[in-house]
Design a protein around this ligand. Structure first.
Ligand SMILES: [Zn+2]
Length: 435
């Protein structure tokens, strides 16, 4: 018993240092934990835990062994413990807003990010990552888990905050959201649980309704006006719950210069961006004018060839809207998430295993194409393998084979954009439709 009381104090010490737990909050949280774990109060001092994972596992094992938690719910129990010692949904919002009120330059998003990291809600997936040309390519160790259950209608609905989770799905005990008013409506900001790049987030409508009402751009503009340190974007797919995405301004497209000027008038500039995919950039200081022209251009682009349009919005001494035309890649190295038109290709986790196995094949004295052809996961790469073997031969060192394969994958991703390359006349024609 005393050992459990000590572990509870360790957890409270962590929360005091990392999760804004106050002295009175500590007394309250201790009582909740004593009750939850059915432990008698006793006067014991704790330490700052050296390993939080281990601490949570020890408490969870105790809870399972004592019959407090059923075996099948053990996986959700660590989040339940953290939920007791972290700020409630209401407190989290008050704290985040207070950060901004007390210091105009302070960003409530960075406060919120630290809170969500320390509560272990955000847990980045380990990935192999590298740059090829303009792009960043990532192969995660595991695919991102999506919460697909419908509670009450989908996982983006606000009712999920603090939800114990449907059977077989993750709990939402430690999920916290920031309300933001966008285009006169209430929307909710939350960080992505398993981000592929820093500060990846999603902002979802307060109401469960499908996307495509034509007002997403004004909402994103409102968002970056309030939070200029991040960018936001939308993918063209229709979603059942209206939302947009974003993160730190690290995606390659956002760093790219303009290539050609199409028009500069009344403080609004329209340019062709130096980018693999066809891309238009609209810049200006006046939010309403930039929004209006970007909306008109997006509409023309969509009708022109029926190509899906990806939109990125950022702030850089004025409002910047990037409109990118892109089809979903058809190559064997197809990405799993929609950021590829902005230069981030996230490939299926299975690619990692495939790459290791292909390395093995290239290190053999003689390549066995027949074997690759008959292999259910490697056969899709046969054409690529034959091409590479013709250029580089077999019996390679594993380092060399790895280098060649990663370069080839990156190159295949980069080629996706070039398939749709457009000439300047094309963009001029688009612009003339708007004038
Ligand atoms: Zn929903």
């Amino acid at each position: 018993m005393e050992e459990m009381a000590k572990l509870i104090e360790d957890l409270l010490n962590y929360a005091e240092k990392e999760l804004y737990l106050t002295a009175e909050g500590r007394a309250y949280a201790r009582n909740r934990l004593l009750e939850l774990l059915q432990v008698e109060p006793c006067n014991v001092r704790g330490d700052y835990p050296a390993d939080m994972q281990e601490l949570l596992e020890r408490i969870t094992s105790y809870a399972v062994a004592s019959g407090i938690v059923e075996e099948e719910n053990a996986v959700k129990f660590p989040d339940k413990l953290i939920d007791v010692v972290m700020p409630s949904q209401g407190e989290a919002v008050r704290l985040a807003q207070g950060v901004h009120r007390n210091d105009e330059t302070a960003d409530s998003l960075s406060f919120f990010r630290d809170l969500m990291k320390n509560s272990r809600y955000i847990s980045p997936r380990p990935s192999i990552g590298w740059s090829v040309g303009n792009d960043i390519v990532l192969i995660p160790e595991e695919d991102r888990r999506e919460d697909t259950g419908a509670y009450p209608l989908c996982s983006h609905c606000i009712e999920n905050v603090g939800f114990c989770g449907l059977q077989g799905e993750r709990s939402q005990y430690t999920r916290r959201v920031l309300p933001v008013e966008l285009d006169g409506e209430k929307w909710y900001f939350s960080f992505e649980r398993e981000p592929f790049f820093p500060d990846e987030f999603c902002v979802a409508c307060g109401t469960h309704r499908s996307s495509g009402d034509g007002r997403i751009l004004p909402r994103m503009m409102d968002f970056i006006e309030r939070f200029p340190s991040v960018f936001c974007c939308t993918f063209p797919e229709q979603t059942e719950h209206d939302r947009f995405y974003g993160g730190k301004k690290v995606l390659p497209l956002l760093q790219r210069p303009v290539e050609k000027k199409l028009k500069e008038k009344d403080g609004i500039g329209i340019y062709v961006t130096k980018w693999d995919f066809p891309a238009l950039r609209i810049c200006g200081k006046d939010k309403k004018s930039v929004t209006k022209i970007a909306q008109s251009l997006a509409k023309v682009l969509r009708t022109f060839e029926g190509t899906p349009i990806y939109i990125a919005v950022s702030y850089n001494d004025g409002f910047v809207v990037d409109l990118v035309q892109a089809q979903t890649p058809s190559s064997v190295f197809a990405p799993t998430i929609g950021y590829f038109p902005f230069g981030l290709f996230v490939l299926p986790a299975s690619t990692q295993e495939d790459v290791y196995r292909l390395i093995q094949e290239f290190t053999q004295e003689k390549m066995d194409f027949e074997k690759i052809h008959n292999d259910s996961s490697l056969s899709k790469y046969l054409e690529t393998v034959i091409r590479l073997a013709a250029s580089y031969g077999s019996h390679l060192s594993s380092e060399k084979a790895r280098e060649i394969l990663l370069f080839t994958i990156g190159d295949a991703c980069g080629e996706e954009g070039k398939k749709n390359k457009k000439e300047l006349d094309y963009f001029k024609k688009i612009l003339s439709e708007v004038d």
